[in-house]
Design a protein around this ligand. Structure first.
Ligand SMILES: [Cu+2]
Length: 127
């Protein structure tokens, strides 16, 4: 009789551990680092400050394509340019998706832009 109760307790404990393990894995799949959301033709914030070694996760919140790379819009002119120390960024978004830059391993100010949407600039400051 006691043995049966003990088995029940052990089974419950195992189930709890398995559930906890699943919960932890789900939480780990959600990016927790620096994040910038994108709308129809803009970054929803145009600057972000991160720590050296961090990646920037870009979240496309709408069903719109964005192509993000190194450089900036100067008025209506694209100025592709990769600063010294900048990671090479080349991210294609097809809508409602998420992707991260490589890590920014050098302190400084780095510019990213969307080649599709004029004026869609993001400045990344790395400390
Ligand atoms: Cu865009």
């Amino acid at each position: 009789m006691h043995k049966r109760i003990l088995h029940g307790i052990v089974a419950c404990a195992i189930m709890t551990i398995l559930l906890a393990a699943c919960t932890i894995r789900d939480a780990a799949s959600i990016p927790t680092g620096p994040m910038v959301k994108m709308g129809n033709a803009t970054f929803l914030q145009d600057t972000i400050t991160i720590k050296k070694g961090a990646k920037v996760t870009l979240v496309d919140t709408v069903a719109v394509t964005h192509i993000i790379t190194n450089g900036y819009w100067d008025g209506s002119t694209q100025k592709p340019a990769k600063e010294a120390g900048a990671p090479a960024v080349n991210l294609n978004f097809t809508g409602n998706d998420t992707s991260s830059t490589p890590p920014f391993n050098t302190a400084g100010t780095f510019k990213l832009y969307c080649t599709i949407h004029g004026g869609m600039n993001l400045t990344v400051t790395v400390q």
